[in-house]
Design a protein around this ligand. Structure first.
Ligand SMILES: NC(=O)c1ccc[n+]([C@@H]2O[C@H](COP(=O)([O-])OP(=O)(O)OC[C@H]3O[C@@H](n4cnc5c(N)ncnc54)[C@H](OP(=O)(O)O)[C@@H]3O)[C@@H](O)[C@H]2O)c1
Length: 245
């Protein structure tokens, strides 16, 4: 009988993470999710405390306890995929961009906790379980980590840049353990995180003239966690309809 694989997906209550959890589930994986709210009741993997842990990843103390709370759920002490997807992109009044000069330092701190420290703590916390499975990690970066974006703020952009650098560092450190660590850099994907003026970006800056879908992002993440990507590690792959060409 083939082994049931296990994935941990942060931020699966909606958006990209929800589509990724659904995709793994459809492939027969066991999916464990982490976010403040549980996935909606209609989701087949939301079977109460067995597969979802409600945690606030903007709180460093809660992040530090995440691994010990999740570890008992990993039957066989193997983790085949860790998707560090939870992320937040705070906006100013009216959805405005918040810049590096005026954004409150507490906003920077809680965003870095969610966008950067949570992936660091979870990935190294599960190093042994990932190694046992010769597993894969995928970090959700952003095109905003590479150049100034009209809506994504400075704290968000720098947190994603730092996560891209962390991806390279951890790919190097975890290769001897048999673990691959990659990142993806989405452009404008159709989720709640988008700002009201995104249609202007679609018209002017995206050669494909449309938003990406969560299913297209799930395709890429599924690929990176599969044996078809067995020689890919330390990469940050754009998925942006050509927005950065
Ligand atoms: N959509 C895009 O265009 C785009 C572009 C570039 C990068 N990304 C990145 O892709 C990832 C997913 O984005 P998305 O568009 O799917 O966003 P989304 O629809 O806003 O979903 C964000 C997810 O993260 C979780 N989350 C946020 N803050 C959290 C916290 N403090 N603790 C625990 N979970 C938290 C949310 O769950 P709860 O609210 O239930 O906690 C939710 O499930 C993010 O890292 C984002 O930066 C997205």
């Amino acid at each position: 009988m083939p082994e049931t694989k296990t994935a941990v997906v942060t931020g699966a209550s909606r958006g990209i993470g929800h589509a990724v959890a659904q995709r793994f589930r459809d492939q027969g994986w066991r999916v464990i999710t982490v976010s403040r709210q549980p996935p909606p009741d209609r989701c087949p993997w939301s079977d109460g405390g067995n597969t979802h842990i409600s945690l606030d990843l903007s709180d460093l103390k809660q992040i530090m306890h995440t691994v010990e709370q999740l570890r008992p759920l990993l039957s066989g002490a193997k983790l085949h995929a860790l998707i560090n997807n939870a992320g937040i992109s705070p906006k100013g009044p009216g959805g405005s961009r918040i810049n590096s000069l005026t954004t409150d330092i507490d906003v920077w701190q809680s965003m870095y906790n969610t966008n950067f420290y949570a992936p660091l703590v979870l990935t190294r916390g599960f190093a042994q379980e990932l190694s046992n499975a010769r597993g894969a990690v995928v970090n959700l970066c952003s095109i905003a980590g590479h150049r100034v974006h009209p809506f994504a703020g400075s704290a968000y952009a720098t947190s994603k840049s730092a996560l891209g650098a962390l991806t390279r560092e951890m790919a190097n450190d975890m290769a001897p353990l048999g673990v691959r660590v990659n990142a993806i850099a989405p452009g404008e994907i159709d989720t709640d995180i988008l700002s009201p003026g995104t249609s202007r970006i679609v018209e002017n800056d995206i050669p494909m003239r449309r938003l990406g879908t969560v299913h297209e992002v799930a395709d890429l993440i599924e690929f990176l966690c599969s044996d078809k990507a067995s020689y890919i590690t330390g990469a940050e792959i754009p998925i942006d309809g050509g927005q950065t060409v």
